[in-house]
Design a protein around this ligand. Structure first.
Ligand SMILES: [Ca+2]
Length: 222
C-alpha cells in the first residue's frame, strides 16, 4: 500500500562551510512566508482570501502545510543531499488521523532543469524527493518524474520528523549526480484517491525567493 501510494506521487542565504576534509560543504537556507496556505485571491482587489469551505477541512488552518523555513545541503564526504524543513505547526504523529477529506500529505523537494513557471515555462521536473504521511505512517522516496518510477525508497534512518521539523536525505547518484540544477519545495495534499489528480498544492517556494528569476525555483549550487 505504501509503495503504491508513493508510485503515484508523482530572504535566501547561501553559506559555505568547511568540513574536516577541507572540502567545501554547501547549504542554502530559505525563509518562506508564513500564513500563505492556501493562496486564493480576490480577482478584483488582489487581496488574499480564505478558501471556500465545502465540507472538508479548511487547509489554511492546518499549520503543518505552511512552510516557514527550509534548507538544502550537500555533504561532499558522502555525496548525500539533505533537505530540512520547518513548518508552522506540529506534524502528525504516526497514527494521527488526517483532517477530514485529506488522504495523503506530502512535503517535497523538486529537482528541475530550469525555473518552473506555470505560465511561461511549465517544465516537467526531473525528480521529486518527498516525505509523505497517509494517516498511519510516514514514508519517503526519490521519484523520477519523467518515467514516474521510484528510483529509491528511503530507509527509515534517512528521514525523520519531530515537532514542526522534518528532514530527509538522499544520495546524489539517485538524481544522476548533477553538477547544477534548479530546485523548489512544496507541500501538497491529496483529497481524492491517490491514483487521481485530486491533489492540491498548499505551499510552494515563494515567487521572490530567487530574485531575478521569473519563477519559483532556486539555483544549486547556491
Ligand atoms: Ca509558507
Amino acid at each position: 500500500m505504501r509503495r503504491s501510494i508513493l508510485t503515484l506521487l508523482c530572504a535566501t542565504v547561501a553559506t559555505v562551510l568547511m568540513v574536516p576534509t577541507g572540502v567545501s560543504a554547501q547549504e542554502q537556507i530559505v525563509e518562506d512566508d508564513e500564513n500563505d496556505v492556501p493562496v486564493f485571491w480576490d480577482a478584483e482587489t488582489g487581496a488574499t482570501v480564505e478558501e471556500p469551505l465545502s465540507g472538508h477541512s479548511r487547509l489554511s488552518r492546518i499549520d503543518y502545510l505552511d512552510m516557514i523555513c527550509y534548507k538544502l545541503s550537500l555533504d561532499p564526504a558522502t555525496s548525500v543531499y539533505t533537505l530540512w524543513m520547518e513548518v508552522s505547526g506540529g506534524l502528525p504523529v504516526e497514527g494521527d488521523a488526517l483532517p477530514s477529506g485529506i488522504k495523503i500529505v506530502e512535503w517535497g523537494l523538486w529537482i528541475e532543469d530550469g525555473v518552473w513557471n506555470p505560465y511561461f515555462n511549465p517544465i516537467t521536473p526531473y525528480f521529486l524527493i518527498a516525505l509523505v504521511y497517509d494517516g498511519a505512517s510516514y514514508d519517503a522516496c526519490v521519484l523520477d518524474c519523467q518515467t514516474k518510477e521510484i528510483v529509491m525508497s528511503l530507509e527509515d534512518e534517512d528521514f525523520w520528523h519531530a515537532g514542526a521539523e522534518l528532514q530527509f536525505s538522499f544520495p546524489a547518484d539517485s538524481i544522476g549526480n548533477p553538477e547544477s540544477f534548479n530546485w523548489m519545495t512544496s507541500t501538497r495534499v491529496w483529497c481524492g484517491q491517490p491514483d487521481t489528480i485530486g491533489y492540491r498544492f498548499t505551499d510552494m517556494t515563494d515567487w521572490d525567493a530567487c530574485p531575478g528569476d521569473a519563477g519559483y525555483d532556486l539555483t544549486w549550487p547556491p
